[in-house]
Design a protein around this ligand. Sequence first.
Ligand code: FEO
Length: 394
Amino acid sequence: MSALELKQGIYWVGGIDWNIRNFHGYLTEAGTTYNAYLIVDEKVTLIDTVKPSVSRQLITRIRQVIDPAKIHYIISNHVEMDHSGALPEILEYCPNATIITSKAGEKGLRRHFKQDWAFEVVKSGDTLSLGKRTLSFVNTPMVHWPDSMVTYLPDEKILFSNDIFGQHVASAERYDDECGWSYTRHHAAKYYANIVTPFGKQASKALTAVSELKIDMICPSHGLIWRSHIPNIIEAYTEWSKHNSEKKAVIVYDSMWNSTEELAVALEVGLGRAGVKCTVRNLRVNHISDIMTDVLDSRMILLGSPTLNNGMLPTMGQFLTYVKGLKPQNRIGFAFGSYGWGGQAVKEMEAAIEALNWDQPFKAINIEYIPEESEIDSAIELGEKLGSFLLDSE
Ligand code: FEO
């Protein structure tokens, strides 16, 4: 698609990565975009670049609007190379352009590219005149790198939010309302769950700073541009940043000979009896980045694994390592499993729940070999109790 004029003189000139399916471990089933924006003013300004693999798209789209040699400023909101990776190529066209970035941004860009480019460091509250328009900047450290910042254009009320409010979506559409709230919200939630969750406090500070701005359009660095669902996505981010979730449950498990799976089904029946919506995710067929989207929305997380070689299955170990890094808070945990001898898996899962600082109101279920009918009935009853506990929680 061509460069898209968002408002007079302001263009989307990014790259669409239709084929990417794994973004450093995150399953990007819908691909992604690396959004860059061009402001044509007395001083032509490019906001962010793209991943090197799609740099030709960026240059082609800039050329549709203006000769890239005329670029005067390049705003680097974030060092990560999906946004800075095309800087060397762009700077071949405009070698005298000045890179505007945060203090940590300059340090990070120098470490990445080993180039003595012209840098100008900005901090929150600083402004930059482009001629008719003036940009301002807000540092958003650790949302999600130390260098992260956002750029605001008060004249047109546009926030260039970089990764914040992004979604990994490749599409011919550029705006949220063209794909609908449900679709865009899902991908924004998956993005938050897998990228931003550990930085809730910092995200909250960034939201406070952003809340003071008048915003007509949010232009993130990935996915669709927000123009119709701005209050919705700000409200969703506000809830997520507080680690708030819904009174829903997700059962995450793996099984060897179906005993743990039978328990998963029994617990789901019990939760349903209590009136709780429950999602069931087998780790063998669900990607951990998709399960994290369920964890974002669910207050209760049930973890199931049989014991293998005196511990939990490697799939559960991988999942819990991932969860440990992302640190979702304010959750209720529960462990269950089966064993032939030993039975250490549930102890490991209980320890992981404790280390996450989640509430753990009920003792684990741990069944020898194959569950009896009576043990399945007990698991259903316990599922119902877990459901009632969830519904009664604050
Ligand atoms: Fe989209 Fe943190 O880079």
